[in-house]
Write a protein that binds this ligand. Structure first.
Ligand code: HEM
Ligand SMILES: [Ca+2]
Length: 788
């Protein structure tokens, strides 16, 4: 009772505070003309800077990017505007703290008390419903599981982690979801409370165990990301929920896929893909395919939404075997959300396909045991820590290690590769097939991705061997952990110093504090939740699917001619070519020369028609999957994110370009329905960036969380980071470029020089290849890592 009362008082005081701000301070500011109304530019949708933003935020407000202050969207909130960090990017004065998830802001406003009887009923029912779910899964295991030779199986390989701990927690996530559904059906809770995340009710039937962190902090970051944040030990760790910039849009408020604003179903994801995501080449004039490949590599480090499975991790099938129909409801797993193929679909209909398989992502129980809407689980640590290289589960981590602090390798006549697997990870198993073992199940998905896993494995071993030479008394584990710490730092440095500026352009890098300065960094904020947001994972970061080229051009380095052109589906889950000499060197060079595709609503058929086809005449459609995944995660429509970042919503289809307008209108009922991933791809890139404003802000926010919310971030000094580098060591790490990583770990059979900026086309003036052993491609002096 008392706690309830105090909670209500707290909420009341909080609302009063906001009221004072909105009703008193802001109008006052307006009167003294510090803040003006904003106007909209009809061409760009941007607000005009007719206003003079606050120089200093009033009442202890902090000037933050709008995307980091969800409270500014509340009806009636008049957060004053401000300039972000000496840029012309406009932020808002935020009074609810910075970079929290939408739920945190709303927690204080939730709500009624639920009777003990209602709660007990919900607990009992949730147990029963979980059992029904598991029984049905068991039953389906014996009848319908996905055929391992179908294209959808490649999808399963990309998504399922088969992690036992994850599976157990996901069951807890489901049970809590059932309890929330029951309470809602009993009307013990309102729609409004569900929309707020119901975070006041922290007595869910399943409560995830809270891990214990050692009293003194570990020098090395943990494997799953636990104990990074001293106040919230699980923040950013594996098997926790994704964050959210805005509350979800589920049609039942709990987990059902989003519906149209008019209440009808949304257009089929495949229909949207088929109408909009055409295959057209628009080469980037600056960025190369290495930039693309690095993006996918980063994605797998921070995000892996593991789908539900049956039995011992078998893939779920939602369609009949040949895809000519949906399975009847009693044979469909409850995690199924298959995609319909309409009669207008000229491609899939020629194969009589009417159903594309799609399985939903597992759910995470909330860390504070609260009940509410579904939240999807991340199957990797959210941090940029190379979890996909080193592994997350203990057994895997050990299995990947070799004596001497090394990562295990397969020695292919003197060249090192990650260990070869038993081929079950390959999509097609021929005699010459070979797949590689790495920290996650994705390494073989694309040959250039397998190349990255190879290069970083080699880099770890190169550093480990050097450390062992310098510090002869270090034992195995010390060498391994120190090498891992250094490699993680090199990688973070490349992400923030080389890759991100090319993605976001200078303004946003400055506005979000994503630059690095000499010496230790000062951006750490223990109140920042680093969790990867659903908007980043399902939509903004998937801008990368638009920059993929359907063909890899592999040059002959002796003649400079194209040696071979590979259609990418031929090298998905089939990376054996890497073993053929001198393919690896040639692939590296090809990726630096070949332009990436531009970010636009065009996508190669290699991804939208033939993905993972593995010898079949058709494959699966990644564009349709992306759209469906957004809906699976309850991601709100594109317009809601425009509002969040301060752009006006698109009210009419004809506010888009003529071609896009017609196509959008042919599938969506209203612009308010457009999926975030689709809308984001339709935007013109910001100046100096490759993506438009909505994606740019979602991406910048995420990378700022991954920096500000990571105690072990490589730049953090000893007062923050228990594993801080000395200033001398840090200065060496900051010399490393991706070109150096490539130079140090290539085969070196044909390749001896590389462009200094490995993410920019090598044929551009000023970025011509320089010899790997020249001073143009700097590296670090490892002697700084000799213990004295
Ligand atoms: C090289 C070709 C690529 C292929 C074949 C590929 C394939 C896939 C597949 C099959 C998924 C799972 C989709 C789902 O079920 O939701 C996925 C997810 C994803 N992709 Fe790609 N992708 C490629 C490149 C990229 C690039 C270049 C980027 C970024 C720059 C990227 C970013 C992502 C992200 C962020 C996810 C979500 C990851 C998760 O949480 O599971 N991908 N991709
Ligand atoms: Ca990670």
């Amino acid at each position: 009772m008392l706690i309830n009362f105090l909670g209500k008082m707290k909420a009341f005081r909080y609302i009063l505070k906001i009221f004072v701000l909105v009703a008193v301070i802001c109008p006052l500011l307006e009167v003294i003309s510090l803040v003006h109304e904003v106007d909209r530019d009809v061409h760009t949708g941007h607000y005009h800077k007719k206003e003079r933003p606050c120089a200093v935020c009033p009442h202890q407000g902090q000037c933050v990017p709008r995307v980091q202050c969800p409270a500014h969207l509340r009806p009636g909130s008049g957060n004053p505007l401000c300039h972000l960090d000496r840029t012309d990017v406009i932020g808002v004065c935020c009074f609810t703290g910075r970079q929290h998830a939408a739920e945190a802001d709303m927690k204080l406003r939730a709500a009624s008390s639920i009777s003990a009887e209602d709660m007990q009923f919900a607990h009992r029912q949730s147990k029963k419903k979980l059992k029904e779910w598991l029984d049905k899964s068991e039953h389906l295991t014996q009848h319908v599981i996905l055929n391992t030779t179908t294209p959808s199986y490649g999808h399963h390989l990309s998504m399922a982690t088969g992690d036992k701990r994850g599976e157990e927690l996901a069951k807890g996530g489901l049970q809590n979801l059932f309890a929330a559904k029951v309470l809602k059906a009993r009307q013990a809770i309102s729609d409004g409370e569900i929309a707020l995340g119901l975070t006041a009710h922290t007595d869910a039937p399943f409560c995830p165990p809270t891990p214990k962190c050692a009293k003194s902090s570990n020098t090395y970051r943990s494997f799953g990301g636990l104990c990074n944040n001293p106040l919230n030990s699980q923040w950013g760790s594996i098997h926790t929920g994704f964050g959210r910039l805005l509350p979800p849009d589920y049609s039942d408020g709990v987990w059902e896929m989003r519906a149209s604003k008019y209440g009808l179903p949304l257009p089929s994801s495949r229909a949207v893909s088929n109408a909009l995501l055409l295959d057209k080449s628009r080469l980037s004039s600056t960025h190369n395919l290495m930039f693309m490949q690095f993006g996918q590599f980063i994605s797998h480090d921070v995000s892996n939404g593991a789908t539900f499975t049956v039995g011992n991790g078998s893939a779920i099938s939602c369609c009949t075997e040949k895809g000519e129909d949906f399975l009847p409801p009693e044979m469909q797993h409850d995690a199924c959300a298959p995609i319909a193929v309409g009669s207008e679909d000229g491609f899939y209909r020629q194969f009589a396909l009417q159903c594309l398989n799609f399985v939903r992502v597992q759910l995470a129980p909330a860390l504070d045991c609260s009940l509410g809407y579904a939240n999807q689980m991340n199957g990797v640590s959210h941090f940029l820590d190379l979890s996909h290289l080193y592994g997350s589960a203990e057994q895997k981590i050990i299995q990947l290690r070799a004596p001497g602090g090394l990562l295990k390798t397969f020695n292919d006549y003197g060249r090192e590769f990650p260990p070869i697997t038993e081929k079950k990870e390959c999509l097609v198993t021929k005699d010459e097939s070979a797949c590689f073992e790495s920290g996650d199940g994705n390494a073989n998905q694309m040959i250039s991705l397998a190349l990255f896993h190879t290069l970083w494995t080699r880099e770890h071993n190169r550093i480990a061997k050097a450390l062992a030479r310098l510090n002869s008394d270090w034992e195995d584990n010390r060498i391994y952990m120190e090498a891992r710490r250094i490699v993680q730092a090199e990688y973070q440095h490349i992400v923030y110093d080389e890759w991100l500026p090319l993605l976001l352009g200078p303004s946003l890098i400055q506005a979000y504090g994503l630059y690095s300065a000499p010496g230790y960094g000062s951006s750490y904020d223990r109140h920042t939740d680093p969790s990867v947001t659903v908007e980043f994972s399902t939509s903004a970061m998937r801008f990368g699917h638009s920059i993929v080229d359907g063909k890899l051009k592999v040059p002959d380095l002796r003649t400079g001619d194209t040696y071979e052109t590979i259609f990418i589906p031929e090298v998905m889950f089939q990376p054996a070519r890497l073993r053929v000499k001198p393919f690896l060197d040639r692939l590296i060079t090809g990726l630096t020369y070949q332009p990436m595709q531009s970010v636009d609503p065009f996508m190669t058929e290699g991804l939208t028609r033939y993905l993972f086809h593995g010898g079949h005449p058709f494959g699966i459609d990644l564009a349709a999957i992306n759209i469906q995944r957004g809906r699976d995660f309850g991601v709100r429509s594109y317009n809601d994110y425009r509002r969040l970042i301060g752009l006006n919503p698109m009210m009419e289809f004809n506010e888009f370009s003529t071609m896009a307008a017609q196509r959008l209108a042919s599938v969506y009922q209203t612009p308010e329905d457009i999926d975030l991933w689709v809308g984001g791809l339709l935007e013109e890139p910001l100046q100096g960036a490759v993506v438009g404003p909505t994606f740019a802000h979602i991406l910048a926010d995420q990378f700022s969380r991954l920096k500000r919310g990571d105690r072990y971030f490589y730049e953090n000094g000893p007062n923050i980071n228990p594993g801080a580098f000395t200033l001398g060591q840090l200065a060496e790490i900051k010399k490393v470029t991706f070109a150096r990583i490539l130079c140090d770990n290539k085969d070196g059979i044909e390749l001896a020089s590389l462009s200094t900026n490995a993410f920019v086309r090598s044929d551009l003036q000023g970025n011509e290849p320089a010899p790997c052993d020249s001073l143009m491609i700097q590296g670090m002096d490892l002697s700084r890592f000799k213990e004295i």
